[in-house]
Design a protein around this ligand. Structure first.
Ligand code: FEO
Ligand code: CA
Ligand code: CA
Length: 642
């Protein structure tokens, strides 16, 4: 039914060539139900967007009953493959480089990495991360929105970084951001639908807009955007969340590494980790936007939670400044009894903080359009974990406490842009790298503290009750329950699981796991039945050695939060991280992402022979490993996890 839409080779870098740039009304006839019908129908019925468990208090309907976890666990593995339990099956879809929304030769992946930057702008990005299934026809077809966190330049180019050009920078930028793809279950196999009017790439050059209190702030103004309102692109998109009104929240994590600083660094730049010469991406050599000496405010325009409406392919991604700036790992929404949105966010960096945002207004019926400014008004809080098992949420509100002009905060925009400095002054608890946060059916909020080898070291913060391990190589999962409702100012907390290998001598490396051992928890997802899924990110440089010697490849496990039992469900291919999880509303199809198989790919010495420790998923001789989405189902057609 479709023709190919040839590449727009001279396309404006601020807009990707998608179906939406091409006027062809006949294409719109394949819209499933129509944009208006979809966009207008999302309030509360989260099962309709396949995300019932991500937001508390939502029933999931037709899930199977019985023991929460029914599968037989799998062992640790170092094999370059996916291992799933007996009775389960998987398929791989949507690898890096496959076309998004288009078909035809111009959009096909070339295994020698010879695709141009313009090709990459129409292909899935690299290093898949957070993901969510937005239903179109229930569990039969939908949209997958997914993040592409960063790139391995050794894999992205035919000659790695041996040469460095503006075209390479543009391709690297195009492999970042977010993809939205249409998927359908066709006779028992999931397919990516191409061409599709829903297919969309959002890259490091896509037009986005600032919103909320920091919009137009002096610290956001640049020569190319003197109003401080329009930002090109989103990058280092890590964990993700969804809203009850049917939108996708993507987080900008280690954005500072893309910028290059100079000799004279301001206190603000130092606090945010700007490095002289940059963090290795070398974009600044051909794109002055990333040279923070020339454009000192450009880094302030990153580190935000970005809201995207996947059901409206021509919508503008919005950077929601009211939720503060950080090396954000995720944005998980809970709903108060009076229907306000509460967004939990971690900042994955050593000794940074956990935040929550509470909206001023209640969520309105009417989907994304009716809630277009809901995340622009509210209060941002930072967490303080006390030694007695209680904790406080401290408001980041201009004029309160130390957040005054005398301390460099002239307005709320200053507080939000300098959220780290504000949290320092407020005495919040410095955590061991908070990554994903999830909320279970009982109202417990879980956060992974992935690891922190600097804890307790020379000149580093000492251990505390919430971060009790010196040289925390193993990580832990902390949890809290709000006093009354999600909008509360206080909470009670405990350690759900201290991860670690029970056979190790060093007491800080032994865990408290009931069941299968794991280390370095990162991704979290509560499914429709209440299983807490845990995904691991042991660093590949530490893997197989020292405290991590017995773990094998990164893995995914299921935890019963009532009993605390943990069972290993899946082990990924060599050198990968497992991250991101979602399912169809019926719970019978799970989608997860495999990120950076074959890491460390940047150490490839011969790009023509790129095989490192992995050539997953295609297993071609000398084939490049490719991040991809893995679709998991039960052979008997049952609910995943049973
Ligand atoms: Fe992108 Fe903190 O993992
Ligand atoms: Ca992560
Ligand atoms: Ca991680």
């Amino acid at each position: 039914m479709a023709k190919d839409f040839s590449l727009m080779e001279d396309s404006n870098r601020s807009s990707n060539p998608t179906i939406h740039d091409v006027s062809d009304p006949s294409r719109r006839t394949i819209l499933r139900g129509g944009l208006g019908a979809l966009a207008g129908s999302f309030f509360a019925p989260l099962s309709a967007i396949g995300g019932a468990a991500a937001i508390t208090g939502c029933a999931t309907g037709s899930m199977a009953s019985g023991p929460l976890i029914g599968f037989k666990s799998v062992g640790v593995s170092t094999a370059d493959t996916i291992t799933v339990p007996e009775g389960y099956t998987y398929q791989v879809i949507a690898p890096w480089g496959d076309p998004v929304g288009m078909s035809g030769e111009n959009h096909a992946f070339k295994d020698d990495a010879s695709n141009s930057a313009a090709h990459q702008e129409t292909q899935l990005g690299m290093n898949h991360d957070g993901i969510h299934y937005f239903a179109q026809e229930g569990s039969k077809s939908g949209l997958l929105a997914m993040n592409h966190e960063y790139v391995d330049h050794g894999l992205l180019f035919t000659d790695g970084m041996a040469t460095w050009t503006a075209e390479k920078v543009r391709k690297s930028q195009a492999a970042h951001g977010v993809s939205i793809i249409e998927v359908e279950d066709k006779a028992g196999k999931w397919n990516v639908v191409n061409p599709s009017p829903w297919g969309r790439r959002i890259t490091a050059n896509t037009r986005t807009e600032m919103s909320g209190p920091a919009m137009g702030h002096a610290l956001l103004k640049t020569a190319s955007d003197p109003a401080g309102r329009v930002v090109l692109g989103t990058l280092n998109n890590c964990a993700s969340g969804i809203t009850p009104w049917g939108t996708y929240l993507t987080s900008e994590e280690n954005f500072i590494n893309y910028f290059s600083g100079g000799d004279a660094m301001s206190e603000h730049e130092k606090r945010w980790g700007l490095k002289k010469g940059g963090g290795g991406y070398r974009w600044h050599e051909h794109d002055a936007r990333f040279d923070a000496v020339k454009n000192p405010n450009e880094p302030n325009r990153f580190g935000w939670i970005v809201e995207i409406d996947p059901y409206n392919p021509s919508s503008t991604p919005m950077k929601r400044s009211a939720m503060g700036r950080g090396a954000h790992e995720g944005a998980t929404v809970a709903v108060t009894k009076d229907n306000r949105a509460v967004v939990y966010m971690g900042e994955d960096a050593r000794f940074e903080y956990i935040y929550k945002f509470v909206s001023r207004d209640a969520i309105k019926p009417g989907g994304a359009a009716a809630n277009a400014s809901l995340l622009d008004h509210g209060t941002l809080y930072v967490a303080k974990f006390n030694a007695d098992g209680k904790g406080q949420w401290i408001a980041l509100t201009h004029g309160q406490g130390p957040l005054t002009a005398a301390n460099g905060f002239n307005d709320q925009g200053d507080v939000l842009i300098k959220a780290r400095q504000a949290s320092d002054l407020l005495g919040a608890t410095k955590m061991d790298r908070p990554e994903w946060i999830e909320v279970d059916k009982e109202g417990w909020v879980y956060a992974t503290l992935t690891n922190n080898s600097n804890r307790g070291g020379d000149k580093q913060p000492a251990v505390d009750a919430a971060n009790p391990r010196a040289n925390n190589t193993q990580g832990n999962i902390i949890r809290w329950k709000e006093d009354g409702d999600f909008g509360a100012r206080s909470f009670a907390w405990n350690h759900f699981i201290m991860a670690g290998d029970p056979s190790l001598e060093r007491k800080e490396a032994k865990g408290s796991i009931k069941g299968d051992m794991f280390s370095c928890p990162d991704g979290l997802w509560v499914d429709g039945r209440g299983i807490l899924w845990i995904q691991c990110d042991m660093s590949t440089s530490a893997m197989g050695k020292g405290d991590l010697k017995n773990f094998g490849n990164n893995m995914m496990l299921a935890a019963d939060t009532k009993t605390g039992e943990v069972r290993r469900f899946l082990v990924g291919p060599a050198g990968c991280e497992i991250t991101g999880a979602t399912s169809t509303p019926d719970g019978k199809t799970m989608f997860i992402n495999v990120q950076h198989p074959g890491e460390p790919a940047n150490e490839i010495s011969d790009p023509k022979n790129p095989r490192t420790v992995s050539n997953w998923p295609e297993k071609k001789a000398n084939g490049r490993p490719r991040s991809a989405t893995v679709v998991i189902r039960k052979v008997d057609g049952g609910v995943v996890g049973t």
